[in-house]
Design a protein around this ligand. Structure first.
Ligand code: VGL
Ligand code: ZN
Length: 205
């Protein structure tokens, strides 16, 4: 079984959001085409949501750091982010142009630790329901896209590889934060080097 994993296409990461990813809205039409393709072929579609309580300590305002600087959270290096994807806020909703996704995996709910991957928190202390959901559906191959290439897409892909899935990353359906201008390129290089297949949507649809 194949599954499409749509990572964090939420208002706060889209254009005009509090942690806006440049040109992020460009990926919505191609993402919708891919979702339709997976639905038409009776394949699994899963969306992840960054889902923070308002007191989440990755937020600069809750940790006394400056946005974009690096501190320490739960003994791990942590970038201080603007407040984003607060549970049940408008910013946490999927972009309204995105086709409906029924299977949703929530991450980043523990205020004490950040969670970039859809599978585990950044300390790998706790897992989400994603692995179980994939196993229940006998999924062996993943197609991953979304926001942001250099954070949640990358860490979801690396964990999926560790968990022995065949992983395809749909390059034209990803956009990155790029705190440094080549972060997305470095992320694609690392995902490829660790065994992910970097593909284009046109290879599939
Ligand atoms: C993300 C930064 C903070 C992401 C989530 O979805 O890539 N990035 N939280
Ligand atoms: Zn977050």
């Amino acid at each position: 079984m194949k599954a499409l994993i749509v990572v964090d296409i939420q208002n706060d990461f889209c254009e005009g959001g509090s942690l806006e990813v440049k040109n992020s809205n460009e990926i919505i039409p191609v993402t919708n085409k891919l979702i339709n393709y997976f639905y038409r072929n009776n394949l699994l579609v899963i969306g992840t949501k960054d889902w923070h309580p308002s007191n989440h300590k990755s937020f600069a305002i809750n940790s006394g750091g400056n946005i974009g600087e690096i501190g320490i959270l739960n003994n791990l290096p942590q970038i201080w982010w603007p407040q984003h994807c607060v549970q049940n806020s408008f910013g946490s909703e999927f972009h309204s142009d995105l086709i409906e996704i029924k299977n949703i995996i929530y991450k980043g709910t523990d205020p004490e630790i950040d969670s970039y991957s859809g599978f585990f928190d950044n300390g790998k202390l706790k897992k989400t329901d994603l692995f179980h959901l994939l196993k229940t559906h006998n999924v062996t191959e993943l197609f991953i896209l979304g926001l942001a290439t250099d954070y949640c897409v990358k860490y979801t892909v690396l964990d999926a590889l560790d968990l022995k899935f065949k992983v395809n990353v749909i390059e034209d359906a990803c956009r990155g934060v790029n705190l440094s201008s080549d972060d997305s390129k470095l992320a694609f290089d690392e995902m490829k080097q660790k065994g992910a297949h970097i593909i284009k949507s046109e290879d599939l649809i």
